[in-house]
Design a protein around this ligand. Structure first.
Ligand SMILES: C[S@@+](CC[C@H](N)C(=O)[O-])C[C@H]1O[C@@H](n2cnc3c(N)ncnc32)[C@H](O)[C@@H]1O
Length: 492
């Protein structure tokens, strides 16, 4: 058989959805870094080049079958990946190796198929290899054979990178640096993080988009939920799952797992509240739900039916004032007093789902009360009040302007206007109503400490309204300068 004319060598090139083994190994080993250029000699369909370019690398290549007119040029790293094994003529094989080496200013990567793969390929012998059923040629190398051949042809000592893969460094110092790094770390344990770091650097923006999706929803997206980033990520990683695993390595598994768990918990609670409240207007059927919500439900509860049954359990508890009272007592957030739990409207989402549903039932009657600052959840009767304190942020002790009380048993809504009142109720200890991250919370807490030290918050019966509080300040010789307590005699 007359080699090149007859044997369709180019047919050995496969479409690569992922980086080839020698290229991904070079990334993992730090041989190929973003600041270095790569030339892929015998690049086939150019899969490695495209993927590397997408990762931000400067990568080009040439192939006699696919890109014969591409320019051959020197590069820091040259890859000769699974080329020599498809050339049936030993002399041309050696020439090809020499040509690739001539372009490599720092390192040449040579990959060839190892001998144990011969078993998986049937065909008939041809020269020192076989002609496969598809009519292509394959030469399988033992590790030693490949090493000796490279060293003899190039007169350089190659370094085995993996079975069937060798690095040939132009400078001895580079070879030694690589070998030293390999003895310092165990190869297996360093490869993954390194390649992950390289992949992370290359896909930073898309990985960040993936991370924020996961942090919001507590689950992986379906590719169609973030089509463009997914598309790009799926070229660098085998799956979004693997991309997420890379994020976990980079971010640290403990932080990642904790954030994920919190996100799942939040999504779970949001869905339970939504599904419980949806029961009042007639729950949609599964196919009527938005697709992303259905995916959340399946990801977290397993099925829509299971999610609805969990939401129903909460709905039953709503009718039980004792269960509501217990939830108020257990609440980590809000100000608990004898007959109610008070909470800032911005923190309502952080409440236990049962209390959110309690409040949601009231909102179903009133609609959103936009000007409400504080929400009062009664512990003793099924009543929710929306209280408006327009000066909540600015005033150290804001006064009540309006209230809307919803009686869930009587389905009755009562409005009270305090704007003309000369002695409206007012708030103390503002930090107790808000979430930990509420702006100004520390300032509120500092004032409370000052007021406690000054004994102003004892005997609370009279200080709950404006005139009682002003009298208390006066009696004890204090006044307020913003959120600061000052002695009347003191100068500011
Ligand atoms: C198995 S493919 C490998 C392609 C690519 N490096 C990869 O790993 O996906 C072998 C390639 O070697 C190319 N090839 C054949 N003879 C060559 C030669 N003398 N010099 C360079 N490339 C050659 C073929 O056209 C084919 O695309």
């Amino acid at each position: 058989m007359d080699g090149a004319q007859v044997i369709p060598r180019h047919q050995t090139a496969i479409t690569r959805p992922h980086l080839s083994k020698p290229v991904s190994l070079a990334l993992a080993d730090g041989i190929l870094r973003p600041e270095l250029t790569l030339f892929d000699y015998g690049c086939g369909r150019g899969g490695d080049i495209t993927l590397l370019q997408e990762m931000g690398f400067t990568a080009h290549g040439w192939d006699p079958g696919y890109s014969p007119h591409a320019q051959q040029h020197a590069a820091d790293v040259v890859n000769l990946g699974y080329v020599i094994n498809v050339i049936e003529d030993p002399a041309e094989r050696a020439e090809t190796l020499a040509s690739a080496w001539a372009l490599a200013t720092r390192v040449l990567i040579v990959a060839a198929r190892p001998d144990w793969e011969a078993r998986t390929v049937s065909g008939h012998r041809h020269g020192d290899g076989v002609i496969t059923k598809r009519g292509t040629f394959q030469k399988f190398y033992t590790q030693e054979e490949l090493r000796t051949w490279i060293n003899k042809e190039l007169r350089y000592n190659s370094v085995a990178a993996a079975p069937g893969i060798f690095y040939i460094f132009r400078r001895t110092a580079d070879a030694e640096t690589f070998l030293a790094s390999r003895t310092r770390h165990r190869a297996v344990s360093t490869r993954q993080p390194r390649i992950r770091q390289a992949l992370y650097d290359a896909h930073r923006e898309d990985l960040n988009a993936l991370a924020s999706f996961i942090a919001n929803r507590g689950r992986l997206p379906e590719p169609e939920e973030m089509p463009e980033p997914s598309d790009r990520l799926l070229r660098g990683f085998r799956s979004l799952n693997q991309a997420a695993a890379t994020l976990r390595t980079i971010i640290g598994s403990e932080d990642w797992d904790r954030d994920l768990e919190q996100a799942r918990h939040r999504t779970e609670q949001d869905l339970l509240v939504y599904l419980a409240l949806a029961a009042f207007r007639g729950r949609p059927r599964a196919y009527e739900l938005p697709r992303d919500m259905l995916l959340d439900i399946r990801g977290i509860f397993g099925s829509y039916r299971e999610a609805c049954s969990r939401a129903d359990q909460l709905l039953h508890a709503i009718a039980d004032q004792r269960a509501l009272n217990n939830a108020c007592i257990r609440s980590q957030i809000g100000k608990l007093v004898a007959d109610a739990l008070y909470i800032h409207a911005a923190a309502i989402q952080s409440l236990d789902p049962l209390l959110r549903i309690y409040e949601g039932c009231a909102r179903a009657l009133t609609g959103t009360v936009t000007e409400s600052t504080i929400i009062k959840l009664s512990r003793t009767a099924a009543k929710v009040s929306y209280l408006s304190y327009p000066n909540f942020d600015k005033s150290p002790h804001p006064t009540l302007s309006r209230s809307l009380r919803v009686d869930l048993r009587k389905l009755d809504v009562k409005f009270t206007d305090f704007r003309e009142s000369t002695n409206p109720p007012l708030l103390h200890r503002k930090e107790t109503f808000v979430a930990l991250d509420y702006p100004g919370r520390e300032k509120f807490a500092r004032l409370t400490k000052q007021e406690e030290r000054a004994g102003l918050l004892l005997e609370t019966t009279t200080i709950g309204t404006l005139s009682g509080w002003e009298q208390r300040l006066k009696d004890r010789g204090y006044r307020l300068a913003g959120h600061r307590l000052v002695r009347i005699a003191d100068r500011d």
